[in-house]
Design a protein around this ligand. Structure first.
Ligand code: HEC
Ligand code: HEC
Ligand code: HEC
Ligand code: HEC
Ligand code: HEC
Length: 475
């Protein structure tokens, strides 16, 4: 029997559909496999070729397992430069800040920062730059090493396994003594993988004891910390255990805490263990209050140095990036240091955090445009506006502090007694703390523009008030 043409057409159509469906199935399955494979790549983007543990401070060893992160980490040795970021000068020696801004040198007279104070640069240099600064011509304490080397195994050795106990011994050691110990024990590396990652799980973590103590004091205080919500949650709980960033903090918070181990205001000398002054909160005024409440071993009020010309008891501020960031809109919106300074890059299907920690302005595309859908030039212009106005206020503050010092020197020459000079000296302490706070902070105001402007406004006001007080003493 002959099949009707109609039936054979149906058969052809049927076979066609089967082939199509089969083809589509193969394609979809292949796609699924591909997606699955890529998902696996993302979840477990490495093969552990070598075991790493707590004492492995050499990043090269970790590089066997995580070559992408290690490769970008090594690039912190490259020179970077933006209008206000990175560093000027040569690769041998970054530019001297105290020569670029002579008022800085004047403010620091009587302290080692008036001898040598340069632009910062990449993480790769932290240990060499520290051991080579001419500030080392004055005796420095072992506490300095906390933020400039991968020294946790040394702390543990000094504290019989207890890193905090170990750290609490190092302020009495000289810088040279501890530096030699770090070298002898084989840990003379800049900040390394083990400082920010758990070697078992690769989870982000904090290791630095001074950060632990500082953040616990902050948690125990009543200070509002809207930019660190996990502290609020811990405060409402039973408080059966001390606040522990490694278990209580969110992943977003950890992406800033990792940097807060070092990019913070601190006190470091042989007088007491390294201290982060957060017992009253993270604002500039809270830090000042903590220092004012702190006593030196002789029972006197805390200060970093006596100003050579005026005799005022001065507070020196150091790189308060973590603190200033915490007062800005980005922190309030949950934007972490790593979002801007370690932006993700694509490598095949895996997202890799760029370990070339540097100015985000060199990388606006990945650092900012993930959230802000404006052209690169527009974003750079916004930063430029913030930084230029901050710079302008900073220079005005520098002029004001110089005039204040001139007035005090003149009052002294005119025979003013130490008792009479006291009000001007106290105003110098307040003015200089504020001015230095923003000068030493490394974002030129960007991390919290309004807060930076508030602080600089107060600095200029206190400096001018002090100048008036001193001028009054000249008959
Ligand atoms: C919203 C993005 C953003 C966040 C979040 C952020 N920063 Fe920045 N940071 C910047 C920008 C922009 C600059 C200015 C860079 C320049 O002038 O080249 C800067 C500058 C710096 C610098 C100086 C860089 C250089 O090249 O000299 C340091 C250090 C720094 N930030 C540390 C931190 C730390 C630590 C945190 C977290 C506590 C943080 N930043 C959070 C955007 C950010
Ligand atoms: C709490 C962490 C911390 C401690 C403690 C610390 N530093 Fe630093 N240091 C930093 C950070 C962060 C930078 C980069 C930012 C900057 O330069 O402002 C830096 C930069 C430097 C630089 C390069 C820029 C410059 O100032 O010329 C030198 C040198 C330096 N530190 C020396 C020292 C010495 C000496 C001590 C001990 C008195 C010390 N550091 C203690 C965190 C620390
Ligand atoms: C163990 C302490 C430590 C930790 C942790 C740390 N830094 Fe630094 N950072 C430093 C020191 C010290 C320098 C200055 C090195 C120098 O000038 O030799 C520095 C320099 C920088 C610079 C300037 C780079 C340049 O090219 O000029 C940036 C930006 C920066 N750090 C951001 C961060 C961020 C973001 C984090 C967290 C992901 C972080 N740092 C974690 C100590 C630290
Ligand atoms: C100053 C702190 C710091 C140091 C030092 C550091 N990392 Fe990271 N690393 C981070 C941060 C922040 C992230 C992002 C983690 C997150 O969001 O969970 C990260 C993420 C990673 C990840 C997860 C995948 C990714 O790229 O996001 C790996 C793997 C990693 N780092 C490897 C390394 C290795 C290897 C080294 C040493 C060569 C190293 N890290 C040094 C801070 C650091
Ligand atoms: C993870 C998201 C995120 C990233 C990354 C980010 N921002 Fe933002 N930015 C925000 C949010 C959220 C706000 C708050 C305003 C709002 O809600 O729109 C903000 C506000 C701002 C503001 C206005 C507020 C102010 O401080 O004056 C500027 C300017 C800005 N961002 C610039 C930048 C630049 C430049 C970068 C890269 C270095 C950057 N942002 C990276 C999310 C982000």
């Amino acid at each position: 029997m002959n099949e009707s043409p109609k039936k054979s057409r149906r058969t052809i159509a049927f076979v066609g559909i089967v082939v199509l469906v089969a083809g589509a199935t193969v394609a979809v399955t292949a796609l699924l496999f591909n997606i699955l494979e890529r998902k696996c790549e993302t979840a477990n983007p490495y093969v552990r070729l070598v075991e790493v543990g707590e004492d492995d401070t050499d990043p090269e060893k970790w590089g066997n397992n995580w070559p992408q992160q290690y490769d970008s980490y090594k690039r912190t040795a490259l020179t970077t430069r933006t209008r206000f970021g990175g560093h000027g000068g040569s690769e041998a020696l970054p530019e001297e800040k105290i020569e670029r801004d002579p008022w800085l040198k004047r403010m620091f007279l009587g302290y080692a920062f008036s001898i040598d104070y340069r632009d910062r640069r990449g993480h790769a240099y932290m240990l060499t730059d520290q051991s080579q600064t001419k500030r080392q011509t004055k005796p420095q304490s072992g506490s300095c090493m906390h933020c400039h080397a991968s020294l946790m195994p040394v702390y543990r050795a000094l504290g019989d396994g207890d890193a905090l106990a170990g750290m609490n011994k190092t302020h009495k050691m000289s810088y040279q003594e501890l530096n030699k110990m770090v070298h002898d024990m084989g840990h003379a590396h800049p900040v390394s993988c083990v400082d920010c990652h758990d070697p078992e799980s690769m989870q982000l973590r904090v290791t630095r004891p001074a950060f632990m103590v500082g953040i616990q004091k902050l948690a125990n205080s009543n200070a509002p910390v809207p930019s660190i919500p996990s502290i609020g949650i811990w405060r409402q709980g039973s408080r059966s255990h001390p606040y522990d960033p490694n278990t209580d903090a969110t992943r977003t918070e950890m992406r800033s805490f990792a940097c807060g181990q070092c990019h913070v205001e601190y006190y470091c000398s042989s007088a007491m263990p390294l201290t982060f002054p957060w017992a009253n909160g993270l604002k500039m005024d809270d830090l000042e209050k903590t220092w004012n409440e702190t006593k030196l071993p002789d029972g006197g009020r805390f200060f970093d140095y006596k100003h050579k010309e005026s005799g005022a008891e001065i507070l020196k501020a150091q790189h308060p990036e973590f603190e200033l960031w915490s007062q800005g809109i980005h922190a309030r919106s949950g934007v972490a240091c790593a979002d801007c300074h370690m932006a993700y890059m694509r490598d095949g299907a895996s997202k890799v955090s760029d370990h070339w920690v540097r100015s985000p302005l060199l990388n606006v595309n990945r650092s900012c445009q993930t959230c802000h859908h404006f052209p690169e030039d527009e974003l750079k212009a916004r930063v430029e506006t913030i930084q230029q106005s901050n710079y302008g206020l900073l220079q005005r503050g520098g002029a004001a502090i110089t005039d204040l010092l001139d007035a005090i020197v003149a009052a002294k020459q005119a025979g003013a007694t130490p008792e009479q000079l006291k009000p001007a000296q106290e105003l110098q302490r307040k003015a200089q703390w504020r001015l230095d706070y923003i000068a030493a902070e490394n974002s030129m105001g960007f991390h919290a523009p309004q807060e930076a402007a508030r602080i600089l406004g107060e600095a200029a006001d206190y400096a001018r008030q002090g100048q008036v007080e001193a001028l009054r003493l000249i008959k």
